[in-house]
Write a protein that binds this ligand. Structure first.
Ligand code: XLS
Ligand code: NI
Ligand code: NI
Length: 448
């Protein structure tokens, strides 16, 4: 162990709560899994290996319940009077106890989540390295692994105008340094991905923003991240997490398609993938399934921050996603492509401010885990029945089977040759039903 002070089996924080077990759908124990049975085989793979679930450090262990209208409501036993070293260590002990009790394989963090308040970038760098050793010891003792690490380039006031896209090169250099440190720590901890969520990379008004320069700088620094990844031999994926708004009025990484265009511009489309979050998808006016289908189609699918917004207000409320149907629709797009590779499902979700007891954190995750497991079972049932694939292949069969389809796709085909062909043959085709309602019913019939 890297630090003699670490007591992994020290005083438990979650005393009255036993490890969460699979008890089956008929259990009446609120703190049991009804569907998540990690060794159960689904489409030839263990449930745990399909879902690769992670707990996030920030919402679950850092947030004290404050919002813009009022202070914290949570009073967590691991929150000290100040965010000092003792509090950071207590938080880490609680976090690993929680991960272990849930029986989930992964966790995720920002550099500042695991460290105490640091007065300067130098202090942060030192504090983070110390905490990284402690994380390594906890990982070794509990078997919990790191899905991804990320640098927080948005909370410190110096990042008000962004990190890597800040107008001030001194601030951008501090951001670069934080990313370098965090990428190296993530590598040292065996992290399977490294995430860049564009916290304040964007603008509040174009009146003070040189958009062209900011995007050029962003591309330049992202290329350096990729170079450094190769230099240090990091095996994981670099992921950008798209989001259209909040905190900035406009975020550069708007959605998966926008991110792809940006990556193409800088020649990074084979190096960087996306971390998709349902609540960000809906903020961008897309469904969760749309973002997955787009990323799969563009070859940039990476990982998922699972959560959802609120249907009424459209904000980034980061709720635990219990919508089995919505997740099923996304999995129908994801699973045929081979599913998650180095990615996972990270619970980037928070309990409501009134859910003030630590027990609520367990209820929230148990519900989130089971919703994913139910969606997996549902999607597998739908895909294994094969009706969707059959209908799609029939719908597009003309491109494979008919002379016209083949001709249109052949080399040398032109706008003119196709138009002439249509005219010569007097083409006047009629509409074919898309069978949407039948397919929607088919999905609903398979929901578990
Ligand atoms: C915020 C993001 C954030 C990232 C990590 O909206 O979801 O939590 O996942 O920086
Ligand atoms: Ni988010
Ligand atoms: Ni997120």
């Amino acid at each position: 162990m890297a630090d003699g002070q670490i007591k992994v089996d020290g005083d438990p924080v979650f005393k009255g709560i036993d490890p969460i077990k699979f008890e089956g759908p008929d259990s009446d124990n609120p703190l049991a899994y009804r569907y998540y049975n990690k060794d159960q085989m689904v489409m030839g793979k263990r449930m745990e290996d399909h879902l690769r679930m992670a707990v996030c450090y920030w919402h679950t262990f850092c947030w004290d319940g404050f919002d813009v209208f009022g202070g914290g409501t949570f009073n967590r036993p691991w929150h000290g009077a100040a965010n000092d070293r003792a509090a950071a260590d207590a938080k880490m002990a609680a976090a690993f106890e929680f991960f272990s009790k849930l029986g989930l394989p992964y966790y995720c963090f920002h550099d500042v989540d695991v460290t105490e308040e640091s007065a300067t970038p130098n202090e942060l760098s030192n504090n983070f390295k110390r905490q990284a050793d402690r994380l390594a010891a906890y990982q070794e003792a509990t078997g919990v692994k790191l899905l991804w690490g990320t640098a927080n380039l948005f909370s410190n006031p110096r990042f008000g105008a962004g990190g890597l896209t800040n107008p001030n090169p001194e601030v951008a250099a501090c951001a670069v340094r934080q990313v370098r440190d965090c990428l190296e720590v993530t590598e040292a901890l065996g992290g399977e991905n490294y995430v860049l969520w564009g916290g304040r990379e964007g603008y509040d008004t174009l009146l003070n923003t040189d958009l062209d320069r900011e995007l050029s700088n962003f591309g330049r620094f992202l290329a350096m991240v990729v170079d450094h990844k190769h230099k240090i031999g990091f095996q994981g994926k670099i992921l950008i997490e798209p989001k259209p708004h909040e905190p900035m009025y406009h975020q550069y990484d708007f959605d998966s398609a926008t991110v792809y265009g940006f990556l193409k511009r800088f020649g990074l489309e084979n190096e960087v993938h996306v971390n998709i979050e349902p609540n960000h998808a809906t903020l961008a006016g897309h469904s969760f399934a749309h973002e997955i289908a787009t990323a799969v189609s563009l070859g940039i699918m990476g990982s998922i921050d699972i959560n959802c917004g609120n249907y009424q207000n459209g904000w980034d409320t980061d709720q635990f996603n219990l919508d089995v149907r919505d997740i099923t629709l996304a999995l129908i797009e994801l699973l045929p492509s081979g599913g998650l590779d180095t990615g996972g499902f990270n619970f980037d979700a928070k309990v409501r401010r009134q859910s003030s007891e630590v027990e609520d954190l367990f209820h929230a995750h148990v519900g989130g885990v089971d919703a994913l497991a139910r969606a997996l079972l549902s999607a597998a049932d739908i895909l294994e029945k094969g009706e969707l694939a059959k209908l799609k292949s029939e719908r597009y069969a003309g491109w494979e089977n008919s002379d016209l389809g083949k001709l249109m796709l052949s080399e040398g085909a032109s706008l003119e040759s196709i138009a002439n062909k249509a005219a010569e043959s007097g083409l006047n085709p009629s509409h074919t039903s898309g069978r949407q309602e039948m397919l929607e019913n088919l999905v609903n019939r398979s929901l578990k």
